[in-house]
Design a binder for this molecule. Structure first.
Ligand code: HEC
Length: 157
């Protein structure tokens, strides 16, 4: 038995975390916070993201008619590749991409507040994909609550 685990009755995961072998977000992947964040995501947020974000940040792209124009095909393909490498919503929460969940949530908040996502040139072609104020409030609420769960419960959960 690991002496540290024995002394403070920590799970092997916690011991690994205390040694810096795991980061707290990784431990969080299947805990109750993550599961409850995903439940809210599925109910309230996914329908909004499906409308406004999935065309680039998922495997579930609805290609527009002008996708068939050869140069446009390349531009859109490259946009989707780039968008998904940052953030991929295809498999629900926690999202895939290069960040951890806390960073992902913060950067989603930033891009929506700064109106950089969805991109303007895209909105120009798809006015109906614009986030409504009502949607933004629901997203901000979900992000704030999720960040509280992830950072307060952190590794202890
Ligand atoms: C038309 C395609 C498109 C749509 C629609 C779109 N995005 Fe993006 N998104 C991108 C691209 C491309 C990038 C990468 C930008 C870069 O590399 O500079 C990106 C980057 C991001 C990032 C930055 C990730 C990071 O690592 O910093 C966030 C956050 C983000 N998008 C959120 C969203 C959200 C939320 C929506 C929906 C409300 C959305 N995006 C809709 C194309 C899109």
């Amino acid at each position: 038995m690991d002496i540290l685990a024995h002394a403070v009755r920590l799970s092997p995961h916690m011991v690994a975390a205390s040694r810096g072998e795991l980061n707290p977000i990784e431990i969080n992947q299947n805990n109750t916070s993550t599961i409850s964040i995903n439940q809210t995501y599925l109910k309230l947020i996914k329908p909004i993201f499906k409308k406004s974000c999935f065309d680039c940040h998922s495997n579930n792209v609805q290609y527009p008619w002008y996708y068939k124009i050869p140069i446009i095909t390349d531009i859109i393909d490259s946009d989707i590749r780039k968008a998904k490498s940052h953030l991929d919503f295809s498999f629900d929460f926690p999202f895939k991409g290069h960040g951890n969940s806390v960073n992902d949530l913060n950067s989603i908040m930033d891009t929506i507040k700064n109106k950089t996502m969805p991109p303007n040139d895209y909105l120009f072609m798809h006015r109906d994909k614009k986030l409504r104020l009502k949607d933004k409030k629901i997203i901000y609420n979900w992000i704030n609550n999720s960040l509280k769960l992830l950072t307060h419960n952190g590794a202890a959960n």
